[in-house]
Each structure stands twice: as structure tokens, then as C-alpha cells.
Design a binder for this molecule. Structure first.
Ligand SMILES: *Cc1c(COP(=O)(O)O)cnc(C)c1O
Length: 438
């Protein structure tokens, strides 16, 4: 067994942390994101040939956990968090595959990270015996995944902030349906307001003294690391059959999902080319086209979980590849506007009876373009959410009602409530103080 990996901040001004510390903290104290001091390497032969997704995850992540008190728990964490299928389904009409990440409890890939984070945090010792309040700002999918992952878990409660009116009706219902230890707040503002309010609360020492707070946003290593598992699992399966690496097209917002894919490749596993599909928020496509990195405010699109103007994992991407030219060499990105998203969903439904969610449709469009250009490689499109989660967009385009996955249907059966909240830092702090009173 190799020595324990240390975890460093991308900004280089925080002390090195153990994995458990990095997972518990979320953000590094200097405002940077935690990264392993180096990426371990593995070979296909290191993996059991007929293992489950959870088996692949346990082998893949073992070097990241080595030496940490959580290491002994890793197989149990993987088995608990990754207990739903992630099929690589053939799309013969496109000579391609779709990697379906949406068969978890809330029908989006965020379930993988949220469930792994919850299973890890549950096993980390806490000095403070009081209930931990986990704050999560969401543009739609993260909040539900985190709510589901921590629902009825003792010792924690989850407070979800989402922008009122800017998530799909089914997303809103999911966010408000948990009850018990999960509370939703609908904020009269945008996602950026929700994120700022959460940060302000976390940085308020007095408030932290009154009630212990933590966050579960996508910057946590406890969410990023498990996302590597499905890329490794799919690529290893493909490798055993074809002796060739697997190429991926990844719908991208904050870059957490795509970065996980790139890290699997950097570990020496058979991932080939990686393309990013973005919506009209073109910060990354412009950077990859050669311009300077220019973060900005997000604009609202049909693929709302990708409405990101300043992708938080960009710091990790730069860290991973050293300099901007090396980053540009490592992958490519394309921006897909709403009209094209609609056209893509309608066209694939009409010609082949396939229904894609608006996020997945950005990646499907990138594949369509590659085929037009004569690219014949067996690409894998990553499907990040079930289309029934966005039925108001997708059903009119495909022309029929969509079957609802059973977990989502069960959530829609329950009643849902969310408390209104003004989009100010003080409003959230006041709400939290009041909620902490016995
Ligand atoms: C979060 C999300 C994305 C974007 O993922 P990132 O890791 O932020 O790049 C894409 N599609 C769906 C459905 C999502 O929920």
C-alpha cells in the first residue's frame, strides 16, 4: 500500500489536508478547491473483470483513500452509494452509445456524488454533537439529490435554496417533497443569489457558533471522486471487448462531471477523447477557441442545470494540466443554443423515437455535428438527466407523454412545500437563526 495522498488547495495557501478533512471541509480555507497532490495511476488489469460499478469504484478510489481512516469503509461506501445501474446503452442508428447516469433516486447524475458524500460524511467522526445543517444552493438537480441522500439521516438536516420560478415544475416538486430533516427555500432571485447567500452564511462565525453549518455543493471532493467511477467502469468494459479507448461527449456546466472523466484518463485508464457540450453559457467554448478565460454572469437556458458562467471546477482543470495551452490541448468544447436544443430533441424523437433531456441534447447535437463532418468514431454521449424531469420542454417536442421513472413518480405523489425567502444574505441568516430555536 502506498503512502497516504495529501490534498492541497488549488490556490496553494492552505495547509495540506487528509482526504477525510478535505471531504468534511468542502472548500479549502483559502477559498480554493481541494485536489490530490498527484493523481495515482492504475491499469485495466488492476480491476476485476466482472465487477459491479461499486467494485470498480472501490478499486479506482482505493489509492485516493489509502492511509485515511475512511479507507476501511470505502467498499461499504461504494456499495451503499452506487446501488443503481449506470448502463452503457447502444444507439445503433448513430453508431454510438449513451451512458445513462439518471437511474438513481432523483433521476439525474447528481445522485452519484450526493449519495457518496452522504455515505462518507456519515462515517466521519464529528466533534460537535449538535445537529449539522447542510446548506445547498441548487439550480435544480443538486438540491434534490442532496435532499434524497440525507433524508432521515440522524444528526443532520438539509436546507435547500433554489431560485423561485427558474427550475422545472417537477424539479420544484422534488425539492419540496422530502419533509422531515430536509427543508426547501424558494428564493426570490437567481441561482447566483442562492450561492452567494450560502457562502455568506458559511463565512459568518457568529452564525456558525449558533448552529454548525456545512455545504454540499459540487466543489466537494466527496462528490467529484465518485463521478470517476462510471467513466472507469464504462471504459474498462469497452476496453475488454474492443481493446480501444472510449471517447465521451459530456454535457457541462460547473465542469465536475467532465473533470471526473479527464481524471480517469490521467490515471492511465482507457478514456480517449473528451468533448464538452455547453449551452448558451459559452465561457468554456470561448476559452477553448483560444480566448482568455472570462467568467461572467450566467444566462437562463432550457438546460438549466448547466446555466453557469463561472465554472467552479475550472481551477481544478488548470491545476490538472498546468497551463492554458495544455488545457486547450486536452479537450474541446462547443456551445449549443436553445433553438438547437429544441431542434435536436424533436429530430431524434421523430426519426428514432429517442427522448433526451435538454442537457443531454447538447451532447447529442455535438455528436450530430461530428457525424456531419465525417467523424465515424463510436462516441459515447453522456446522459445526465431523465427527460421526464423536464417534461414541459420535452413532451411538446417529442409529441407524447413520457414515462416517469418509479422513484420520480413516488416523489411526485407526495405533497411539497417550500418557504419563500428574499434574495438577501441577511434573510437567510435570520431564517437559520430562527430555525435553530428550540
Ligand atoms: C449538474 C448537471 C449538469 C452539469 O454538470 P457539471 O458537473 O456541473 O458540469 C448537466 N446536466 C444535468 C442534468 C445536471 O444536473
Amino acid at each position: 500500500m502506498s503512502a497516504a495522498l495529501r490534498y492541497l488547495s488549488t490556490r496553494g495557501r492552505a495547509p495540506a489536508a487528509t482526504l477525510g478533512e478535505a471531504i468534511a471541509a468542502g472548500l479549502a480555507p483559502d477559498g480554493g478547491l481541494y485536489v490530490p497532490e498527484r493523481l495515482p495511476t492504475l491499469a485495466p488489469a488492476d480491476f476485476a473483470p466482472h465487477g459491479t460499478l461499486a467494485d470498480t469504484a472501490a478499486t479506482l478510489l482505493a489509492p485516493f483513500f489509502a492511509g485515511d481512516p475512511l479507507a476501511a469503509e470505502l467498499p461499504a461506501i461504494c456499495a451503499e452509494a452506487l446501488d443503481f445501474p449506470v448502463p452503457l446503452r447502444a444507439l445503433p442508428y448513430l453508431d454510438a452509445q449513451v451512458l445513462e447516469l439518471f437511474h438513481g433516486p432523483t433521476a439525474a447524475f447528481k445522485d452519484v456524488g450526493a449519495r457518496f458524500l452522504a455515505a462518507s460524511l456519515r462515517r466521519l467522526p464529528r466533534a460537535d454533537a449538535r445537529t449539522l445543517t447542510i446548506l445547498v444552493a441548487t439550480s435544480g438537480d443538486t438540491g434534490a439529490a442532496v435532499g434524497a441522500a440525507f433524508h432521515r439521516q440522524p444528526g443532520v438536516r438539509v436546507v435547500i435554496l433554489y431560485p423561485d420560478g427558474l427550475v422545472s415544475p417537477r424539479q420544484a416538486h422534488q425539492l419540496g417533497c422530502f419533509g422531515d430533516n430536509v427543508q426547501a427555500l424558494r428564493v426570490a432571485g437567481r441561482f447566483d443569489d442562492c450561492q452567494r447567500m450560502v457562502k455568506a452564511a458559511l463565512n459568518d462565525a457568529g452564525l456558525q457558533h449558533a448552529l454548525p453549518l456545512s455545504s454540499a455543493n459540487s466543489i466537494s471532493l466527496g462528490r467529484l471522486l465518485p463521478q470517476m467511477s462510471y467513466y472507469a467502469h464504462a471504459a474498462l468494459g469497452w476496453w475488454r471487448e474492443h481493446r480501444a479507448p472510449l471517447d465521451f461527449i459530456v454535457p457541462t456546466g460547473n465542469l465536475g462531471n467532465a473533470l471526473a472523466c479527464l481524471w480517469v484518463r490521467a490515471m492511465g485508464l482507457p478514456v480517449g477523447e473528451v468533448r464538452l457540450a455547453c449551452n448558451a453559457n459559452a465561457t468554456l467554448p470561448e476559452f477553448f477557441a483560444g480566448r482568455d478565460y472570462a467568467p461572467r454572469e450566467a444566462v437562463a437556458t432550457l438546460a438549466n442545470a448547466m446555466d453557469v458562467g463561472a465554472p467552479s471546477n475550472f481551477e481544478r482543470l488548470r491545476w490538472s494540466f498546468g497551463d492554458d495551452d495544455a488545457v486547450r490541448h486536452a479537450l474541446q468544447a462547443e456551445s449549443v443554443d436553445d433553438a438547437t436544443i429544441r431542434r435536436t430533441i424533436a429530430a431524434h424523437a421523430r426519426t428514432h423515437g429517442e427522448a433526451f433531456c435538454p442537457h443531454t441534447a447538447t451532447a447529442v447535437h455535438v455528436l450530430d455535428r461530428l457525424r456531419e463532418q465525417g467523424d465515424a468514431r463510436p462516441w459515447t454521449v453522456v446522459a445526465t438527466a431523465h427527460p421526464a424531469k423536464f417534461e414541459q420542454v420535452v413532451e411538446p417536442l417529442v409529441g407524447h407523454p413520457l414515462a416517469v421513472p418509479s422513484a420520480l413518480a413516488a416523489m411526485l405523489q407526495r405533497s411539497a412545500t417550500a418557504a419563500p425567502l428574499a434574495a438577501s444574505d441577511e434573510a437567510l441568516k435570520h431564517w437559520l437563526r430562527r430555525s435553530a430555536q428550540p
